[in-house]
Design a protein around this ligand. Sequence first.
Ligand SMILES: [Zn+2]
Length: 71
Amino acid sequence: MRTRPGICRSKSRYESEAAALRVAESAPFALRPYRCGLCRGWHLTSRTKGMKLPAFEVERRKAEKLRLRRP
Ligand SMILES: [Zn+2]
């Protein structure tokens, strides 16, 4: 993903994908870590459309689907 310099500066930066994932996991909405080409760090984006979801988000959605199926 291309990152604009303004976005990079204004976003939180994480030193590893794991660190970014920990934050994403505790967020109330879907966030996806991505590697920034500008700072070589990791940022989080809420734009998950058409992107591969992180494992925990896939599990979360699977669980939600199962929950909805049961009366
Ligand atoms: Zn950056």
